[in-house]
Structure formats: structure tokens, C-alpha cells
Ligand binder design. Structure first.
Ligand code: GLC
Length: 751
């Protein structure tokens, strides 16, 4: 396609390759990351995910061999051939290992379907998947080896390992029950990790147009990624192990900043909480049932006629008072804001947007109108920095009322009158763009507007939740997995979705606990909270029209179980907070598939129903109806049951008892687990003591603490402690950094 390599030149860390038919650029960003850039539609990168210059001074060599060019850094070798075939090798252990080769053979789809047959079976409503022959204008095909596993790609449904499956990136609001076979969902995160028998690498394919990933469904010998438009612009990331790949990817696309502490508490939500009385009685009920709660969410019902930046004062006579009364009880208000602005004369957000030219337009220059909850609605053009500023400034409507966080929804963007045409005009920072290019980053830009506006207004760490996003959104927002249903299959899916989101650089996520659509059962509710209490975003939410899902509605037994797991979460808050700190520094997720830390263990490469919380806790929840025992795999090392402290040798399978009130949790030997005393909300005790649960075995642990609210920690206002245990009931505490108040006490409990 590209022809022979005619020439090449080097300028600093960028190498331009001149092929017969196309110029290509390779940029060495670090010794482990190389960018491959084929400028098909523009000569510059227009990344929404990578902000700022990521090139670090890196020494590398370039040499010409008989039929190829060799680019070599300390960790990586790229061999570049005619027709722009490029192979990547790693240099770990001084041994050259081929990690990723461009596929040279002919593409041969595993099966091909005759058009006539497709038409024939359509009669009964079957839509056949015609895998293969994917001739997208932008594409790249790479070799697959036996045993390769593929992870990442954001919130995609289905199993953990994406090999043999095919996906699309086109942010989609799909209200139907999410199926394993869905190709796309709300988010586009074009990053995946290929784990090989020997070695591992990541590819971040930075293209916002509708994109396609075929991970060996078309043919076992290769995989492909491509798009309808844009450049072939991808980053090859190598590292010694999976954590290094995640770290490399988040080095490029950014890491989650520290959240406020309260955001890690319990959140209660429902579409349909539609009056002041409802919120007051919810707060009272949480107190009465002694279930800790930090936030109540206000869904679209708080608005007047679903107009964003308004409040229905008939049903909420004094939102300011309501919100401050709730806050007195430790409960923060989080309000939803959708992007669709109602078309209505004299409605200020609409009028201001029209006046300033802030809404997306049709090619004929008129404002583009579709419909969302408020009926006819227009779409703020968040790719325009002025629009982001305008939107962000208006958030004072919420901060003035005392609202503590913003939940951005419907920002795929959703549209009730058919999809937005590809040629709707949006802005991409300083130039006009189209819906085709902007669609997948619409949610990202909205979250960015919200984050920046909130930060300017409050000086606090903004709490933003979004449904749609793109790579890099973790810098601005947390996410949830959208409209799941009260189905056992969706509880199972919560694990793989969250594990892959975490591997995709997005650590702060959650699923609607209990399920959004359909009706939950007492048993499902109990099992869901046992999983959900480990989600960074710990929120019970459900749909209007479905059965209410507050914890006290399922009988005493479930209420007790619910309380037990919410209390467990509150006791683990210092651990969760440490994991946030780790995430900010290294990009590591909070919820992790076992394969992240035990990549050489065959038993965990396809393990869909266990997960790690950080490196120290292993959770093996029950996600099947009626099950009261389950098989648990423990990887290498020694593990302790969290409750009974029974000791288990790793590298083995066990049958573990799991009655309804038990979620099997294991702690790795040598763990020093930081815990907090019981509280009804974060901050109920002003300066709680720290409790350290020290498990047998030698180990060390770094613990972090700050005021949990603002950015003072970035100027050093934090404490960092190093704890070390030799395994003989002895603990050494060293303060590594001092910039914040001390704990009144550190209680040490040896297991
Ligand atoms: C969407 C959201 C859901 C919300 C509803 C009403 O379906 O995904 O969480 O409750 O809209 O705002």
C-alpha cells in the first residue's frame, strides 16, 4: 500500500519515513513508548486524550539494515520495512523478544456469508454479523499468536479477555439489556493490552471517529483496528509487565486526580425521587436503619420541565435549605445535568447559547435540533473552549445552592429523534469539525467543562460522574456503566466491565447497584451490595418505573447484609483512599483483574468472577442465584480469609462457603491494612484514629492522608507513612512526609 521505503530523516526524536506513496512519522516519546503517525487527514495530532508534550529526552539509535531500518531505545526495538510494515521487539533481560508484528499475509475471514442468505434469514428478524472484509479507510492489522489475550477497551460488555471478539467505538445510549454481544456501549477507550506467552504490550489508537476492533474473530492469526476517517495515529507501549503498560498509557492520557474523601462513601439514587419530602425521609431512614450514607443523587426530577440549570420550585420549595439540612446530617447532594438544552423562548440557557452561537449546527448554518428529556433540545458545542467556559461558569447555579457534585448523563450524546447526522457541525478547539469526529469525545468535553468550571468556582476537587467518555477522561471525571438491569448476568458483567475500565486508565467507576432497569430480588440485592461495596463509585440507582431499591425494602435479612457491607466499605476507606493516591501517581486501577498482578498464571487470564482491590484484597463474590458455596482460585502466595483468618496456600482452587451474608474476601500475607472506625458518613468523626490490621508475613505499606477536599496536598499538605512488618508481630512506623495533622492514635491489630 505504502510502497518502498525511499528515505528517512530525523529531527530530534521524530523520524520521518518517506515511502513511495505516503509519509509516516515515528516519534520516540520515552524509551518504552513510540508514536506511529500516518497523516491521512491532517498533518498534526489533534488528540483529546493526550494533553501537553509527552516527549521525554530519550536516547535511541537509528540504523539502516539491508531491507529495513532499526530504531532502538533502551527497552524497545522497532524494525521498519517497505510498505510500512513495522515490528516491535522488547529488550528485557537483554533478550530480543518479538512482541508485535504487522500482519503480512492475506486477510482471510474465518467464514463468509452469501448476501442472498443474509437476506433470506432477515425474514425472521435475524441480523447476521458479517465479520471480516473490513475495508475501513484507516486500518492496521497485526499478528496474533496462539495464547495471546487482549484486555482493556473501556466499558465493553462480555468477558474479561477480548480475544476472538469484535467491538466498535461509537458512544451509544442503548436502553436494551446489555448483552455480551454488544459491540459498543457508552464509552470509547481505544486502548488495549496484549498479553502474550512471553511479554506484554499496549496500543493506544488515538482516533475519535467511529472505530472498529477485531481481536481475532475474523481470523485467528491477526487482529485489526481501524476507523471510518482520521489518521492512523497509535502509540505502542511496552513494559516489563502489565502494570507498566497501564502506567505508560496513563502517563500519556493522564491520571485521576485525588477525589474528595466523601465521594468514596455510599451514594443513594433513584430516577423518581421527585420531592423535598422524599429526600428528607430518605435521610431520616438511613439514620433509622443505621446505614452510613454520604450522598443523595437528584435525577432529572429536580428540574423544571427537564431544563438544565433550573429547579422545580413547586416540588422543591427551598432547595438551598433542603441541601443544607441534608448536609447537617452528613449527606451531600449530587445533581444530574444533561447536555440537551430545551428549546424554549426566554429560557436563559437557551437564549444565551443562541445569542453566543454556542450550539451545534446543521450544515446550512441553522441550530441543530433533536430531542431529549425536555423535548426539542439543542446541543452545546463543548469542543469550543468558550462553550466550556460558559457552561462551567453557570455551574454557580448549583454551587450557590450547596450542591457537592455533578452527574453528567445523556452525553453520548443521546438523541430521541434518530441519530445525529455525521455532518452536524461542532467545534474542535480552534477549528470547525463534524459530529462524525466529535461524537466519541462529546462526553469527554462535557466532563472537562464541568470539572474545570467546578474547580474554578469551589477550589475543591470536583466530583463529576459521566456516562460517556473517551480516553483520558479520567483526568476530569468518574464514570458509571449506565443503564444495566437487575439481572444476574449484569451483576457478573459488573466485574469484567470494571476490571477492563480500570485497565483502560479509568480507576473511579461503579455500576448501578441492584440494577437500573427491571426489578431486583432480595437475593440479587444482597449479592450486588457484596460486589458493589468494592466499586470506587458505590451507588445504588434504579429507573423510574422499576421497583424501588432502597436497602430497607427487602426484609430484615437483606437489610442486615446491606449494612454489613456498607460498614465494611466505610471501615476500608483509608485503604480506598490510598488506592486513589496510588492511582494518581502510577495510573493503577483500584479494582483489578487478577491477571494484572499474576500475568504468568494461566489460571487467571480468563478469570471473570474474581477481582483484586489494590494488591492486597482478593474478592470472590457470589454472582449466581441460589449459590451458597463457590470455587475460588487463589494465586501464588499465602492468603487469609478476611473474616475467619483461615490460612490458604495460593496457586490452588478451593471450595469456599458463601451463605447469603458472606462475600468471600482474602487478604495477602504480609498485608498491613489501614482501616477506619465506624462512621455514619465521612467526616462524622473529625479526626478518626487509624487502625492497622497486620496480617502474618513480612510486608510493607505506604499510607497517605490529607484533608480530603482541596488541592493543598499538591503543595505538600499531606502525610505519608511507611509501615513495615517483619511478620513477627512487630511493626515499624516511619513518617515519610509531614504536611498534615497527625492521627490521634494508630491502633495496631495483629491477625
Ligand atoms: C438515563 C441514565 C439514568 C437516569 C435516567 C434519567 O437513562 O442512564 O441513570 O436515571 O437517564 O435521568
Amino acid at each position: 500500500m505504502f510502497g518502498a521505503l525511499l528515505n528517512y530523516s530525523q529531527k530530534n526524536q521524530t523520524i520521518t519515513l518517506q515511502y513511495e506513496k505516503q509519509n509516516v512519522q515515528l516519534q520516540v516519546l520515552t524509551d518504552k513508548i513510540v508514536n506511529v503517525f500516518v497523516p491521512l487527514t491532517s498533518t498534526v495530532h489533534r488528540s483529546k486524550a493526550v494533553e501537553g508534550d509527552k516527549e521525554l529526552p530519550t536516547s535511541f539509535s537509528l540504523s539502516k539494515e539491508a531491507d529495513h531500518l532499526v530504531l532502538s531505545t533502551e527497552s524497545l526495538i522497532c524494525k521498519i520495512y517497505d510498505d510500512f510494515k513495522i515490528d516491535f521487539y522488547s529488550k528485557y533481560g537483554n533478550e530480543e523478544t518479538l512482541l508485535c508484528a504487522d500482519y503480512r499475509g492475506q486477510r482471510i475471514p474465518r467464514f463468509e456469508l452469501q448476501e442472498s442468505f443474509i437476506e433470506f434469514i432477515k425474514q425472521e428478524g435475524h441480523n447476521l454479523d458479517t465479520a471480516g472484509n473490513q475495508n475501513y479507510p484507516v486500518q492496521c492489522v497485526k499478528k496474533l499468536d496462539k495464547g495471546d489475550c487482549i484486555y482493556g477497551l473501556g466499558d465493553k460488555t462480555g468477558v474479561l479477555n477480548k480475544r476472538y471478539y469484535e467491538y466498535e467505538n461509537w458512544n451509544s445510549d442503548i436502553p436494551d439489556p446489555h448483552e455480551d454481544s454488544f459491540k459498543s456501549l457508552y464509552k470509547s477507550v481505544p486502548f488495549f493490552i496484549t498479553l502474550k506467552e512471553k511479554g506484554v504490550y499496549g496500543i493506544f489508537y488515538d482516533n475519535t471517529f467511529k472505530s472498529y476492533f477485531n481481536f481475532g474473530k475474523e481470523n485467528d492469526n491477526y487482529y485489526s483496528f481501524g476507523s471510518d476517517d482520521g489518521n492512523l495515529d497509535y502509540y505502542f507501549i511496552c513494559g516489563e509487565n502489565m502494570p507498566e503498560i497501564v502506567s505508560g498509557y496513563t502517563y500519556l492520557t493522564g491520571r485521576m486526580p485525588m477525589p474528595q474523601k466523601w465521594t468514596l462513601g455510599y451514594h443513594q439514587s433513584r430516577w423518581g425521587y421527585d420531592s423535598e419530602e422524599t429526600f428528607r425521609s430518605l435521610a431520616a431512614k438511613f439514620q433509622e436503619c443505621r446505614i452510613p450514607c454520604d450522598a443523595l443523587h437528584f435525577d432529572i426530577d429536580y428540574m423544571s420541565h427537564y431544563k438544565v440549570f433550573t429547579w422545580d420550585t413547586e416540588r422543591f420549595s427551598d432547595p438551598h435549605k433542603l441541601i443544607s439540612d441534608l448536609k447537617e446530617q452528613g449527606i451531600k447532594a449530587v445533581t444530574i445535568i444533561d447536555p440537551g438544552v430545551k428549546v424554549e423562548k426566554d429560557y436563559y440557557m437557551y437564549e444565551e447559547g443562541v445569542e453566543n452561537d454556542y450550539f451545534a449546527k446543521s450544515p446550512d448554518g441553522s441550530i441543530y435540533v433533536n430531542a431529549v428529556w425536555p423535548g426539542d433540545a439543542v446541543y452545546p458545542d463543548f469542543g469550543n473552549p468558550d462553550v466550556r467556559k460558559w457552561w462551567g461558569e453557570h455551574l454557580n447555579f448549583y454551587t450557590d445552592l450547596g450542591v457537592s457534585g455533578i452527574w453528567n448523563d445523556m452525553n453520548e450524546p443521546a438523541s430521541f429523534n434518530g441519530p445525529l447526522p455525521d455532518d452536524i457541525i461542532f467545534t474542535d478547539e480552534d477549528k470547525a469539525s463534524t459530529h462524525a469526529e466529535i461524537h466519541n469525545v462529546y462526553g469527554h468535553n462535557m466532563a472537562k467543562a464541568t470539572y474545570e468550571g467546578w474547580k474554578n468556582l469551589t477550589g475543591k476537587r470536583p466530583f463529576v460522574i459521566t456516562r460517556a467518555c473517551y480516553s483520558g477522561s479520567q483526568k476530569y471525571t468518574t464514570v458509571w456503566t449506565g443503564d444495566n438491569q437487575s439481572l444476574w448476568t449484569h451483576l457478573r458483567m459488573a466485574i469484567t466491565q470494571q476490571c477492563n475500565l480500570g485497565l483502560s486508565g479509568i480507576p473511579f467507576m461503579g455500576t448501578d447497584i441492584g440494577g437500573f432497569g427491571a426489578d431486583t430480588t432480595p437475593e440479587l440485592m444482597a449479592r450486588w451490595v457484596e460486589v458493589g461495596c468494592f466499586s470506587p463509585l458505590f451507588r445504588n440507582h434504579c429507573a423510574k418505573g422499576s421497583m424501588n431499591q432502597e436497602p430497607w425494602l427487602f426484609g430484615e435479612e437483606v437489610l442486615d447484609i446491606y449494612r454489613k457491607y456498607v460498614e465494611l466499605r466505610y471501615s476500608l476507606l483509608p485503604y480506598f483512599y490510598d488506592l486513589c493516591r496510588e492511582s494518581e501517581q502510577t495510573g493503577m486501577p483500584i479494582i483489578r483483574p487478577l491477571v494484572l498482578h499474576y500475568e504468568n498464571d494461566e489460571n487467571v487470564r480468563n478469570l471473570n468472577d474474581e477481582f483484586l482491590v489494590g494488591e492486597h484484597l482478593l474478592v470472590a463474590p457470589v454472582v449466581e442465584q441460589g449459590v451458597r458455596k463457590r470455587m475460588v482460585y487463589l494465586p501464588e502466595g499465602v492468603w487469609y480469609d478476611y473474616t475467619s483468618h483461615t490460612k490458604y496456600q495460593g496457586n490452588q482452587f478451593y471450595i469456599i462457603d458463601a451463605p447469603l451474608d458472606v462475600c468471600p474476601i482474602f487478604v495477602k500475607a504480609g498485608t498491613i491494612l489501614p482501616k477506619a472506625p465506624a462512621q455514619m458518613y465521612v467526616g462524622e468523626i473529625e479526626n478518626p484514629e487509624l487502625i492497622l490490621e497486620v496480617y502474618p508475613g513480612a510486608g510493607s505499606y505506604t499510607h497517605y492522608n490529607d484533608n480530603g477536599e482541596d488541592f493543598a496536598y499538591r503543595d505538600g499538605a499531606y502525610n505519608e507513612y511507611l509501615f513495615k512488618t517483619d511478620g513477627n508481630r512487630h511493626l515499624e512506623i516511619t513518617k515519610v512526609h509531614e504536611g498534615y495533622r497527625d492521627y490521634p492514635d494508630i491502633v495496631i491489630n495483629y491477625v
